[in-house]
Design a protein around this ligand. Structure first.
Ligand SMILES: *Cc1c(COP(=O)(O)O)cnc(C)c1O
Length: 423
């Protein structure tokens, strides 16, 4: 039996209805933007394996840093100890983050990075004797699958079964074209109640919603509203961080900086699971007290894992090379050229581009559900043609590794055109 067939005996996959799912390809090798399955079939990874892998698969520069670290100090507990790589990574990130970010808290994945930010926002208020127990988030937001992160996510089928067990979250419309005033008015109404500790958002691009984009000027105004009403702001940069939007962070497009940021996914170049929540000095100071009970009582066993920190340091040094910055620019230009060609296609409803992210909405007669028929047909078509793309309903998006070649990217575009014509 193949690995693909043997897989089903024990493995339970994410977001999968196993009764109706086909056998999954078993990937055994990766290099650059390419993956190969056990039968030798080649795939272009046009979504950087869920947005984690900007520098390509099996990157030897990051792998060498990991090997060095594994054979020097693989892990040490971060409670009561520190280590060189956590210090170096913190110092490095401080050069890249918005200037108001002064403290880092390490965890393991995007959801926990968000969880830490939410808990910090709630306890920041609690420590001062202020009762603010609710959160504000966007409609259609995605912040992860642990309880706090899930509660903040607005895509209903992810959370439907858990209603009643969740943190209270109020939703405002995303300020896309035509919805700017509604979004601001909804936020203003909520912040005036003095019940909300924080506004949590994906800056400029809502990834899981289908790469829904909105302008920085609008986010600046939303942050200003929060600032004026003592509501903390949390930028979830788990997807957008480390160059995806054309700048290091999406908040680099803003005038107003958030109070907290959540980082993960590309942080380690898609190698070791790791995440970081970052804070302003004033939030940190809200926990800084002679009273032990005012400390942030949160931690994970693998917090600030040295191997993860070494991978992150290597990844950031790759991101900073002029070659990688040039790749990001070229992918953006290439996306724009493709957009100009495809947007007048009779089956295309809308297109959008930011940084290395391209998205296109296919015209449909009815509302397409997240994992609906059209989505599955498109997904299977792409897989058959050796392209890994995971459409969201009728939205097809590309978020390639920065090292994808021109030819590979052209093949992705051509296959998308074929798919639109097939559908
Ligand atoms: C993927 C994602 C998360 C969750 O990260 P995990 O590592 O899957 O827990 C949170 N926020 C955003 C914006 C994401 O894209």
């Amino acid at each position: 039996m193949t690995y693909s067939q043997r897989d089903k005996q024990y493995n339970w996959h994410p977001y999968t209805q196993h009764k109706t799912a086909a056998d999954f390809p078993a990937i055994v090798k990766g290099k650059g933007a390419l993956l190969w399955d056990e039968n030798g079939k080649e795939y272009i990874d046009a979504i950087a394996s869920w947005w984690v892998n900007p520098f390509g698969h099996s990157n030897t520069f990051i792998a060498d840093a990991i090997y060095q670290q594994l054979t020097t100090l693989e892990h040490v507990l971060f409670g009561g100890f520190t280590h060189d790589k956590a210090v170096l990574l913190a110092e490095k990130l401080m050069q890249l983050l918005p200037s108001n970010q002064k403290k880092l808290f390490y965890s393991d994945n995007g959801s926990t990075a968000v969880e830490v930010a939410i808990k910090a926002a709630l306890q920041f208020n609690y420590n001062q004797g202020i009762k603010k127990t609710k959160i504000i988030a966007f409609e259609d937001a995605f912040h992860g699958d642990t309880f706090g992160a899930m509660a903040s996510s607005g895509i209903s089928f992810f959370t439907e079964a858990f209603k009643g067990s969740l943190l209270e979250v109020a939703r405002i419309p995303v300020p896309t074209a035509g919805n700017e005033a509604k979004s601001k008015a909804a936020l203003l109404e909520l912040v005036k109640t003095n019940e909300y500790a924080a506004f949590l958002f994906e800056p400029l691009v809502l990834g899981a919603a289908g790469m829904v984009m909105y302008p920085p000027e609008e986010l600046d105004e939303l942050i200003a509203i929060c600032n004026n009403h003592n509501v903390l702001t949390i930028a979830d940069e788990v997807m957008t961080g480390f160059g995806k939007t054309g700048k290091t962070f999406a908040v680099d497009y803003l005038q107003n900086q958030p109070d907290m940021m959540c980082l993960s996914k590309a942080l380690t170049g898609g190698t070791i699971p790791m995440a970081i929540t970052t804070f302003t000095q004033s939030i940190f100071d809200g926990f800084f007290d002679d009273d032990t009970n005012k400390a942030l009582f949160h931690g994970h066993t693998f917090t600030a894992n040295p191997t993860g920190c070494a991978a992150a340091l290597a990844s950031i040094s790759l991101l900073e090379t002029s070659e990688m910055q040039q790749n990001i620019k070229e992918i953006n230009e290439s996306h724009k050229a493709f957009e100009a060609k495809i947007k007048s296609h009779p089956k295309v409803k809308t297109t959008r581009v930011l940084g290395v992210i391209f998205a296109l909405e296919i015209k449909t007669d009815s509302e397409e559900s997240y994992y609906g028929t059209m989505r599955n047909k498109l997904y299977n078509f792409f897989i058959q043609h050796g392209i890994i793309l995971r459409p969201v309903g009728n939205i097809v998006y590309i978020l390639p590794p920065y090292v994808i070649s021109k030819e590979e990217l052209q093949k992705v575009y051509e296959t998308i055109v074929d798919a639109i014509e097939m559908i």
